[in-house]
Design a protein around this ligand. Structure first.
Ligand code: SAH
Ligand code: SF4
Ligand code: F3S
Length: 485
C-alpha cells in the first residue's frame, strides 16, 4: 500500500458511520480519521506536525518501525530525526538489560522536552512493553507517557493514535499473544533497494535465558502467497535484495494449513524475476536441514552468508540453555556447510556467563570458535531476564569471572574473523552499493554477498546497484577496493 493507493481508499471511507470491524479496513478508517484530526491540530498550531521514531533491538523491530512510520506518514506527520518532534515513539527491546536502561534514560530527557511543548506526545511499544513489571514502572514513574502498546498490535497504530488524541490519560493496549496476521498495511522503507520481509513471527524454542518467546508470542508463519506477493511488489518498486525475517526461519511453515519447509519457500522466492539477492535471519542449528544446504548451494540468489548462533560451546551448558544440540553436532553441521558451500561466511552469537558456566566451559566455546573459524561473531554478556528459567537458576556467575571469559572469547573471535576476512584479498566480487561513505565523500560503501563491507571510489549514482569490486586493501574487518569496469 503506497500513498496514492491509500488516498484512493480514503475517498471511499465515510467517517460519519461507525468503523468497520474487519481488518485491514478498520485501520484504513482510523488512518483517515487520524489524518483529519492531525489536519485540525496543524491548523490550530499554524505549523506542520513532526514525528520521530527511535528503534532499539533486532531486525524484527526495525521492520516493525518501518510499518509504524508508514502509518505515521499516511496520517500526515513529517518524519524527522530529532526527539524534539511532536510525536516520539520508542520501539523497545528487552533481550538484555542494557537495552531497557537506555530507554529509561532517554525518557527522562523527553519529559523535559514535553514541558516546553505541550502538544508533544510520547508513545512506547515493542518487546519491553510486553513485560507487566515494565508497564507498572512506567505508570508509576513515567506518567507523562501518552501511549503504550506491544508487539502483537502494531497494526492498530492508527486506531491507537485516535484513542490517544481523544483521551487525556495514558492509553494502554497490550495483548498477551495473538494468532492474527494483518496484511496490506502501509510501510515505509529505510532503503529503496533492500528490505526486510517478515516470514514468521514469535518463537517456540524457549531457550532458557531468552525473553523473546514471552514477548513475541507463539510461532506463526505468514502465508507463502502473501510473502511472494510482498516481495514481487518490492521488486517492482526497485528492491534488489530481501532479508527474510524470523526468530527461527528453519521452522518456517510447520503450522501452515498446507505445511511448507523454509527451503521450499526459498525456492519460490528465488523464482521472482528482478530479485537479485536473498538473505535470511536467523537459523537455529537444531532445525537446519540438508535440504536447506542443498538449496543454498544451488542458488544463484541466496547470499553466501549464514548466521548460525552457537550461544555456547560446552554441551553441558547448551543442555541447560535448552538449545537441543551438542557441541559435536554443531561443529559437524558447520563443517558440512563449509564443505558444501566453501565460499560461505559463517557468523554467530555467543553468550558468556550463563549460570554455572566455568572457565572450562568457556574454553569449550573457544575451541568451537577455533574449529569453525567464524567470519564474525557477536559476543554478549549473559543478562538475567526475569521470568525465564535461567533467571531462577542458582550459581549465577560473578561479574569478574564473566568479564575474564568474555575478554578471552572476544580476542579469539577477532583473531579468527580477521583471518577469514583477509582470505578475500585480491579477489573481484560483486557488491551491492548501499550508501555514500560516512567519512569520505569520494567513496561509496558496498556489501558483498558474504556480508563483508567494502569501501571504494564512486558516487551516489551507484547506490542500489550491484557492481564488481576488486578487494585491494584489507583493513581488519572490511576492505578498501576499486570498481571493475
Ligand atoms: N532467534 C535468534 C536470536 C534472537 S536474540 C536465535 O535463536 O538465534 C539475539 C541474540 O541475543 C541471541 O542469539 C543471544 O545470543 C542473545 N541473547 C538472548 N538472550 C540473552 C540474554 N538473556 N543475555 C545475553 N544475551 C542474550
Ligand atoms: Fe530466543 Fe532461542 Fe527463540 Fe532465539 S530461538 S528467540 S534465542 S528462545
Ligand atoms: Fe529485542 Fe524483541 Fe528483537 S527483545 S532482540 S527487539 S525480538
Amino acid at each position: 500500500m503506497n500513498r496514492i493507493e491509500m488516498e484512493e481508499i480514503f475517498q471511499n471511507i465515510d467517517l460519519t458511520v461507525e468503523a468497520p470491524t474487519e481488518e485491514p479496513q478498520r485501520q484504513y478508517y482510523f488512518m483517515k480519521k487520524a489524518k483529519e484530526m492531525l489536519k485540525d491540530q496543524e491548523e490550530k498550531l499554524g505549523r506542520k506536525l513532526t514525528a520521530c521514531a527511535v528503534t532499539f533491538g533486532c531486525q524484527m523491530n526495525a521492520k516493525d518501525s518501518e510499518k509504524l512510520i508508514g502509518i505515521l506518514e499516511i496520517i500526515g506527520y513529517e518524519m524527522i530525526e530529532d526527539e524534539a518532534a511532536d510525536l516520539v515513539f520508542f520501539n523497545t527491546c528487552t533481550v538484555r538489560d542494557n537495552a531497557n536502561q537506555r530507554v529509561y534514560g532517554r525518557l527522562g530527557v523527553l519529559n523535559s522536552m514535553k514541558k516546553k511543548n505541550p502538544a508533544k506526545k510520547i508513545a512506547l511499544c515493542g518487546c519491553m512493553m510486553q513485560e507487566p513489571t515494565v508497564v507498572e514502572k512506567i505508570k508509576k514513574s513515567y506518567s507523562f507517557v501518552d501511549l503504550i502498546f506491544g508487539t502483537h498490535n502494531i497494526y492498530k497504530f492508527a486506531e491507537l493514535l485516535v484513542t490517544m488524541f481523544e483521551s487525556d490519560r495514558m492509553v494502554i493496549d497490550l495483548w498477551k499473544d495473538t494468532d492474527k496476521i494483518v496484511e496490506d498495511l502501509p510501510a515505509e522503507r529505510k532503503f529503496a533497494f533492500k528490505s526486510g520481509v517478515n516470514i514468521m513471527f514469535g518463537c517456540n524454542n524457549f531457550c532458557s535465558y531468552c525473553i523473546v518467546p514471552y514477548v513475541r508470542g507463539r510461532e506463526r508463519s505468514r502465508n507463502p502467497k502473501d510473502i511472494i506477493r510482498e516481495i514481487e511488489q518490492l521488486v517492482s518498486e526497485g528492491v534488489v535484495e530481501v532479508m527474510l525475517l524470523g526468530q527461527n526461519v528453519n521452522s518456517y511453515g510447520k503450522n501452515l494449513e498446507e505445511p511448507m519447509s523454509f527451503a521450499q519457500l526459498l525456492q519460490e522466492v528465488e523464482k521472482i524475476e528482478g530479485l537479485e539477492r536473498i538473505r535470511f535471519m536467523t537459523s537455529h542449528p537444531k532445525d537446519l536441514s540438508d535440504e536447506l544446504i542443498q538449496v543454498m548451494k544451488n542458488s544463484k540468489k541466496i547470499c553466501r552468508h549464514l548466521h548460525l548462533p552457537l550461544q555456547a560451546g560446552s554441551t553441558r551448558i547448551l543442555e541447560k540453555m535448552n538449545r537441543r544440540y551438542t557441541k559435536e553436532q554443531y561443529v559437524a553441521l558447520a563443517k558440512k556447510i563449509r564443505q558444501e558451500i566453501p565460499d560461505i561466511a559463517l557468523t554467530t552469537d555467543i553468550i558468556v556467563g550463563f549460570p554455572g558456566e566455568t572457565m572450562e566451559d568457556v574454553e569449550e566455546t573457544i575451541s568451537v570458535i577455533k574449529e569453525v573459524q567464524y567470519d564474525n561473531a557477536f559476543t554478549f554478556i549473559y543478562s538475567k531476564r526475569t521470568g525465564t528459567p535461567a533467571a531462577a537458576m542458582e550459581n549465577q556467575v560473578p561479574e569478574e569471572v564473566v568479564k575474564e571469559g568474555f575478554d578471552k572469547v572476544l580476542k579469539v573471535v577477532q583473531e579468527t574473523a580477521r583471518e577469514r576476512v583477509q582470505r578475500l584479498q585480491g579477489q573481484t566480487l560483486s557488491a551491492l552499493v548501499e550508501e555514500m561513505n560516512e567519512q569520505d565523500a569520494s567513496l561509496v560503501t558496498g556489501r558483498l554477498s558474504n556480508n563483508t563491507i567494502v569501501h571504494f571510489p564512486g558516487d551516489a549514482s551507484l547506490i542500489g546497484k550491484i557492481v564488481d569490486v576488486k578487494l585491494t586493501e584489507c583493513h581488519g574487518f572490511y576492505y578498501v577496493g576499486e570498481l571493475v569496469k
